[in-house]
Write a new protein. Sequence first.
Length: 475
Amino acid sequence: MPLKIYNTLTRKKEEFVPLTPNKVNMYVCGITPYDECHLGHARAAVVFDVVYRYLNYLGFGVTYIRNFTDVDDKIIKKANDTGVTCQTVSEKYIQSYTEQMTRLGVQTPTCEPKATEHIQEMIFHIQKLIDRGMAYVSGADVFYEVRKFSSYGKLSQKKIDELESGARIEVDERKKDPLDFALWKSAKPGEPEWESPWGKGRPGWHIECSAMSSKYLGDQFDIHGGGRDLSFPHHENEIAQSEGATGKDPFARYWIHNGFVNINSEKMSKSLGNFLSVKKILEEWDPEVVRYFLLSANYGSPIDYTPEAMSNAQEALTRFYEALNRLEKTETGEDVLPEFSLQEILEIPLNDDFNTTQVIGKIFEYVRELNRFLDQGKYPSESSLNEFKASLQKVTNVLGFFGQDPQVFLDIQKTKALQSSTISEEEIQRLIIERREARKSKNFKRSDEIRDQLAAQGIVLKDSPDGTTSWEVKK
RNA sequence: GGCACGGUGGCCAAGUGGUAAGGCGGAAGUCUGCAAAACUUCUAUCCGCGGGUUCGAUUCCCGCCCGUGCCUCCA
């Protein structure tokens, strides 16, 4: 049963066949580091992290490149506004991005090249485009001549003439056509600059991805990913640059685009000012909850960020860990656990265009079976328990969640919830002991009083058959 | 205006040419001194609206309405 991927280029789900058997080359557009990354950036990173992990699970040798575009208008602006160098700005946010992604369980790609470290490759690429007549020099600037690339618009399904009539493109005297875009920008005061055959200047946006992808993955490779908002113009221009320079088509065989994270049904973005940084969100929510949330809908659809959705994710994870905790605590015996089929739970759903939502659904179906098993007073055999754990571990390795020690997860949630409560853990313990005595002497009036009192403060008690009482925080 | 994507129960969200996963929530029951948790049952005669194709469509086609995105920096 083959892996199928929805290819933006063809707008169809296609069977995935790599260029070289057993090997996958994948390039994903990373960030422009000029500010704290927000949930939208995290979604892209997490989505492609799962793609990467799953391809590895399937046994492919994956070379995964995710770049940093560390030369850009916004970085320059930030640097000038704050009186530091561009490098200071980009390094600061690259570091922060790396930290947040690590917390979210995002694995480090094979290589994370920086644009500024590939200026020579870009210059070489631009020269190639000029030599092939796809680009022209205008003063000390170099532009890509869009009309020379006949299939321009094939990814975003736009037609050049329709784009022209869009009339939102500013007129630039130096361009032959308003749609032409800059490959090389001449030096201006207060901007970083490099030597080039066309004079001092800096690369335009887009060319870094063409140059770096070909350097690390070759002129043609398997998967190219990024957020949906990059499909035009960024990816369209990348295609034009790469195919225009090599004459090889297609540049990337499968294009995968992840959907946005919305807030109030609107795209979360810097320009709209409605973004929430990952840093901020992680102050409030467990990284696993965030990751679960990001993967709980299919990667291509938009997801709406709301506190309710986050708490929903947390509740779901709690349900999962409660069941797992019961299993951990139970004694072993002779009964065989319900079958946990990796094929059914993981592979069939993920082979269908990385359907993580369905994997989660299957996991919860299993949770019910597991609880049923334990409710029936059965004791799992050592071997079936080990088998289950090994399989679950594989799911965890691909999804990047469901892998914590259940007791640890539950305790962390409790501690966190307690922070915003008025009652202390000691006080709860004291009341539990008092209630135990009351219950022993069948003073149910007092015991119920204590429970109600705690309940009023959001603490819910759970009496177990052996006489002990545990508690949890309910919002 | 052009192009793209989407409209599934109270909310979130999968999915399929043959009759609707899962999570949250709600109702009843089992368990419990009573609860909580768990389990069981129930909670969309129906998948935006109107046509069409078909033995049969939520799933395919056409039209319409609504939402979002891209067309300018953007994951």
